[in-house]
Write a protein that binds this ligand. Structure first.
Ligand code: ADP
Ligand code: NI
Length: 227
């Protein structure tokens, strides 16, 4: 059997559900989106496919709260499958590069394959699915959906961003609405425009139903300072 099929079966069994949004369904959507972006943008399809499947494996949520920086988790899994050394080393390098590390973190050294996977991952965090994932995550963490008086923050580093426990609407202003301007590829940017617009339409309706459109102006002011 093809090692990619075997790896997919392994991940599907290993991560059937995950309340922090890293389940097989997310992995599979990111893989499909990355491969469709690659059809236009190019890149090594095998590296993109395997890299997308393992893109979250170094995440701090899988590693007892710590970022798994040296890619050892990816190495451990890849060694169980018959990928070439070239594919393995490119995948290990890219899985470490692609997770969002707070607003001031910029990566200038990403390979095309990493850029495409990062775009697909960020696109899955915005739009209708991204919105659903945000509230699922907030519910899992016991966070309120909204507290009008608690405005979004400009986090100065990743630790501050990761330890913030405020309501889920803030996550839209602190992260989700910033993602559109961080997309690497032209193909990804087009998809992001549409998904970003869905977030804005949702937020307008949300603040209106909460009778809180005056607060929305304050949120937008903070957002303007963040991006
Ligand atoms: P990924 O690793 O897939 O890029 P994250 O680990 O940052 O994404 O988050 C997983 C999902 O949970 C995403 O959809 C993200 O928007 C959501 N999420 C992360 N942090 C929060 C938060 N503080 N409030 C609401 N949703 C969150
Ligand atoms: Ni992801």
């Amino acid at each position: 059997m093809d090692p990619i099929d075997l790896l997919e079966k392994h991940l599907e069994t290993q991560f059937p559900t995950d309340p922090t949004g890293h389940d097989w369904a997310h992995i599979s959507r990111v893989k499909n989106l990355a491969l469709s972006i690659a059809q236009v943008e190019g890149g090594n399809t095998e590296v993109i496919h395997v890299g997308a499947l393992l893109h979250d494996i170094s995440d701090h949520k899988f590693n007892g709260g710590k970022l798994n920086k040296n890619g050892s988790k990816a190495i451990e899994i890849l060694n169980d499958f018959t990928f070439s050394e070239a594919v393995k080393s490119q995948v290990i390098q890219l899985v470490d590069q692609i997770s969002f590390k707070g607003k001031n973190h910029q990566d200038h050294t990403l390979t095309l394959e990493a850029k495409i996977i990062q775009d697909a991952d960020r696109l899955d965090a915005i739009g209708a699915i991204g919105l659903a994932r945000a509230f699922a995550y907030g519910g899992f963490k016991n966070r309120p959906i909204f507290e009008p008086a608690v405005l979004p923050k400009n986090h100065s580093n990743f630790e501050e961003y990761a330890s913030d426990k405020s309501h889920t609407i803030n996550h839209f202003y602190e992260k989700l609405l910033l993602l559109k301007d961080k997309i690497n590829t032209e193909t990804g940017k087009k998809i992001a425009e549409k998904r970003h617009a869905h977030l804005l339409t949702f937020l307008d309706a949300f603040f209106e139903e909460w009778n809180s459109t005056s607060n929305q102006t304050n949120y937008l002011k903070v957002w303007n300072t963040l991006h």
